[in-house]
Ligand binder design. Structure first.
Ligand code: 16G
Ligand code: MG
Length: 549
């Protein structure tokens, strides 16, 4: 059997590629202005069908979202059968196919691809897809559906939902009826799985003040509302920033990225959050979570992905120890260079900690090397993954004391609260709430586990960010030239100073991170490194930002 060339040609002509744009399947799929993504979505539909055929008809996921980006942006990413990110070798195929200039060239690139990748066209193709609340979403989904139609793929439209729910659906569809079944393959199955485990974990815990959830005016508002109906007595919540139909509201001065980057409360919450009350922010597709609280002086404190890692990993270690399985279940942590130095120090004194390059797929993969792997990026994206033997042990172990039995039951329920396929803001929120309730922690007690070093992120616009090449999990530069030596020399002048430089995978900029013992020193270090980067990359002297030192 060969490719249905006539159908592809007819439909591809309806989705021509703009001549002047070069697309790239980056860290989180294709992402750019929504209005220039039509041809990309059509081609991704075809690619998803081919990926499914290659994997013997397993269901592939497609998510249409641009996460925390501004509302006019959109994007698309593919999800592999276990609910994980697309295998990286296919990312470059996606880029090549998205950039072929004409329908004819697209078809011949497809033919080459099918041949070299040895795809059996006669296999079935199954794809499940969803989108977030962006206004450009419906038209992009229609283009994707044309791609599926061209391949006669079986499509399941999961509608408007969060990225993590789409990942959950992919995994549950593919494990249906098997020993590794991950749950019921519906949204209701997702809410029921998470909430029933959560509700069991909260039995007997004292009532808590309501949790304020900043939904970023995105799809998380819909999901959080449904979830809250399943949490009637276990967790009172107040949903804020739920204006999904207000043009321009998405991620605008709210959401997890706003809080993390600006290190402050979304202005819309200022009058809502009481002293010592905790709140959290989701991002535009609800796969990132940042917590915060105001202290008794109404001072803002942020609890980011590093703080979540510490809280969650410590609790899981404690449970595993109480059950008596410390020897058999090794808990480890995965971070990136962005992890606050204090968190790395705190964790390394207690657990194995690995540092990997930015991007969920790197963290997820490294976490899978542990029996129980906890990973979070500082920006709030993360989850916990349990190896299959670890899960089997947790569900078959026979405890010998009532204390062990209680801890084991908690561990089993925790496993079901967690969305292991990908970082999931709502699932992570439930996990955090469980730990806080079990430890009787408020925001301040949680925050006091270690003290963050002040840190600063600076964006540097350079003529060509591709000249920046990193090694050692992005902690060191090997190009351009002597820049790393200059940074090394500078860093020694700051107490507990640390700084690194990496090209962004999602924006046309270079990022500089710095931390040191004081805010003033941190800013000084960050802007000095930014200045070095700007000059070394040949930035225009007259355009040099004045804060760069
Ligand atoms: C994407 C990544 C996120 C990473 C961020 C870094 C996924 C699903 N998302 O949003 O993990 O932190 O990119 O962006 O992998 P940057 O390369 O622009 O700094
Ligand atoms: Mg996101």
């Amino acid at each position: 059997m060969s490719l249905p060339v006539n159908d592809i040609r007819r439909l591809s002509d309806l989705h021509p590629k703009p001549q002047d744009i070069n697309y790239q399947y980056g860290t989180a799929g294709f992402r750019t202005l929504g209005k220039v993504l039509d041809s990309v979505l059509f081609r991704v539909g075809i690619l998803a069908a081919l990926r499914s055929k290659k994997l013997d008809g397993k269901t592939i996921g497609v998510m249409v979202t641009a996460s925390h980006n501004p509302e006019p942006d959109n994007g698309v990413k593919l999800v592999d059968p276990r609910g994980e990110m697309l295998e990286s070798s296919w990312e470059s195929h996606a880029t090549v196919l998205a950039n072929t200039p004409s329908t004819d060239e697209f078809i011949s690139a497809l033919q080459d691809f099918v041949k070299t990748t040895k795809i059996d066209i006669s296999k079935p193709a199954r794809v499940v897809y969803a989108r977030d609340t962006r206004p450009s979403g419906p038209a992009l989904v229609a283009a994707l559906e044309d791609g599926l139609k061209a391949m006669s793929a079986e499509g399941r439209n999961a509608g408007v939902t969060t990225t993590p729910i789409l990942h959950y659906l992919v995994r549950t569809i593919n494990t249906k009826g098997s020993k590794e079944s991950y749950g019921t393959d519906t949204e209701e199955g997702y809410y029921t799985k998470l909430s029933s485990a959560f509700n069991k974990l909260m039995v007997g815990r004292p009532p808590r003040p309501p949790l304020v959830i900043d939904c970023a005016n995105g799809v998380g508002a819909l999901a959080a509302r449904v979830l809250s109906r399943y949490l009637v007595n276990s967790l009172p919540v107040e949903l804020e920033n739920t204006a999904i139909d207000t043009p321009g509201a998405l991620n605008n001065s709210c959401g997890a990225d706003f809080v993390k980057v600006n290190q402050k409360l979304p202005p819309s919450l200022t009058d809502l959050l009481g002293p010592c009350q905790r709140g959290c922010s989701l991002d535009g597709d609800a796969d990132r979570l940042i917590y915060f609280y105001l202290d008794e002086h109404r001072q803002f404190h942020m609890l980011d992905g590093d703080k979540i890692t510490t809280l969650v990993a410590s609790f899981i270690v404690e449970l595993v120890k109480t059950v008596g399985l410390s020897e058999k279940l090794k808990v480890g942590v995965v971070q990136t260079a962005y992890a606050n130095g204090s968190s790395t120090k705190y964790l390394s004194e207690r657990l194995p900690v690995k540092c990997v390059p930015t991007g969920v797929k790197h963290l997820h993969h490294a976490a899978e090397q542990y029996d129980i792997g906890v990973y979070f990026e500082a920006n709030g994206h993360g989850t916990v993954v349990f190896s299959q033997p670890a899960q089997d042990l947790i569900f078959s172990h026979q405890p010998s004391t009532p204390t062990q039995l209680t801890a084991l039951t908690h561990l089993q329920n925790i496993l079901n609260v967690i969305n292991q396929t990908v970082g999931d803001a709502l699932s992570d929120m439930l996990l955090v709430e469980v730990v806080l309730a079990h430890k009787s922690y408020g925001g301040a007690e949680w925050d006091s586990l270690y003290t963050d070093l002040p840190n600063r992120l600076v964006k540097v616009v350079v003529p060509d960010r591709n000249i920046f090449k990193t090694v050692d999990a992005e902690r060191r530069l090997v190009s351009p030239g002597a820049l790393q030596n200059k940074i090394d020399e500078l860093v020694t002048k700051y107490s507990e100073g640390r700084s690194f430089v990496r090209p962004s995978g999602t924006e046309d900029v270079v990022r500089v991170y710095a931390e040191a013992t004081t805010r003033r020193q941190t800013d000084d270090l960050a802007f000095r490194v930014a200045g070095l980067v700007y000059d070394e990359a040949g930035g225009d002297r007259s355009q040099r930002p004045k804060e760069f030192l």
